[in-house]
Design a protein around this ligand. Structure first.
Ligand code: TYM
Length: 329
């Protein structure tokens, strides 16, 4: 099994990324050949400051290694270090109807707030499909918000195979138990790095994590059904199931069922267990930050290995599409 996934280095990695995707990235290192990317070509659709983009890539590498990606068990690389992906993006975009891309909800949401929409944002899902297909991945661990993009990758694989002959497997998603974590301060919105104050960053100190949990919204808001768990409490239960012992989850579920759940008690337990889980990641992160050369070496070694696969796929794609081999000059 070949596993591929990536993250955009548009901000620090947050709890949503961790529970929705990265926990699976770590686990899946035991299941197959894992390739994980830091998608800086994708981030270029949003970040136009070169220094900032470079720093964010490095920070993302630190976060991911601190979460438990092991360079002995997976390839962690920077997307632009394997530039073959851009050639595949072009080829796939020639087989992509505009209407299909126009329907992407992330594109609609993001472009709605922009004065000038760059074409990269529109063709973003093509680059993402190319990312996955370049490595002929069959499984892609992602959060729920990426499922529509992944479906596009599946359609592109099928279409390319039909038009030009069998080259790509159809990649399947792998989801976690917390596939859509909501913001603690506004459980109607997804926890996201682009929404100010909505995310718990993996690098946040204990006090900040505890403050987020303490202030978590619990009431259901006006007009909500009283017999249903409010989105905020449901979100806290989602986290509890990831980070707390089964007995703790059972205890609070029973409290909820009997109508005697005390939010303070729930928040105290969740805060304690979150801090206990995230503190070691933060410690590993600061150890790793002291070795920038080693981080770069890990990223470069992966890219060297992956370019061999990338060139092989590109050669097959070129031949299949009638683009021929690149002549040696
Ligand atoms: P990105 O950088 O927005 O997010 C990285 C991963 O975190 C998941 N995620 C969440 N999961 C649960 N709850 C949340 N609140 C939450 N927020 C984020 C995302 O679903 C994702 O799995 N387009 C991708 C990056 C990408 C990619 C790829 C992914 C580029 N190429 C190829 C898979 C395969 C993105 O922007 O993810």
């Amino acid at each position: 099994m070949r596993i591929y996934s990536a993250i955009q280095p548009t901000g620090s990695i947050h709890l949503g990324n961790y529970v929705g995707a990265i926990m699976n990235w770590v686990k899946m290192q035991e299941e197959g050949e894992c390739i994980y990317g830091i998608a800086n070509y994708h981030a270029l659709t949003a970040i136009k400051e070169p220094k900032k983009l470079e720093e964010r890539v490095f920070e993302a590498a630190l976060d991911l290694l601190a979460c438990g990606l092991d360079p002995e068990k997976c390839s962690l690389f920077v997307q632009s270090h394997v530039p073959e992906v851009t050639e595949l993006t072009w080829i796939l975009s020639c087989c992509a109807p505009m209407g299909e891309l126009n329907r992407m909800t992330q594109y609609k949401d993001k472009s709605a707030h922009m004065e000038i929409v760059n074409a990269g944002l529109f063709t973003y899902p093509v680059l993402m499909a190319a990312d996955i297909l370049l490595f002929k991945a069959d499984t892609v661990p992602v959060g729920e918000d990426q499922l529509q993009h992944l479906e596009v990758a599946r359609v592109f694989a099928r279409r390319f195979n039909l038009m030009f002959g069998e080259v790509f497997p159809e990649p399947k998603p792998r989801l976690t138990k917390a596939t859509r974590l909501m913001a603690l301060n506004d459980p109607t919105k997804k926890m996201s790095k682009s929404v100010e104050g909505s995310a718990i960053m993996l690098s946040d100190p204990d006090s900040v994590i505890l403050k987020h949990v303490k202030r978590a919204v619990t009431d259901a808001g006006p007009g909500a059904a009283q017999d249903q768990m409010s989105p905020g409490v449901a979100n806290m239960f989602t986290l509890l199931k990831v980070f707390s012992a089964p007995e703790t989850v059972k205890y609070f579920e029973e409290q909820y069922a009997s109508g005697s759940l005390r939010y303070k008690e729930l928040k105290d337990a969740l805060g304690r267990d979150l801090v206990a889980a995230l503190a070691p990641i933060r410690e590993r992160r600061s150890e790793l930050a002291a070795k920038p050369e080693r981080i770069r070496e890990i990223l470069h070694e992966s890219a060297r290995r992956l370019r061999v696969i990338a060139r092989q796929t590109i050669a097959e794609v070129r031949e299949a599409a009638g683009l021929g081999v690149t002549p040696e000059f």
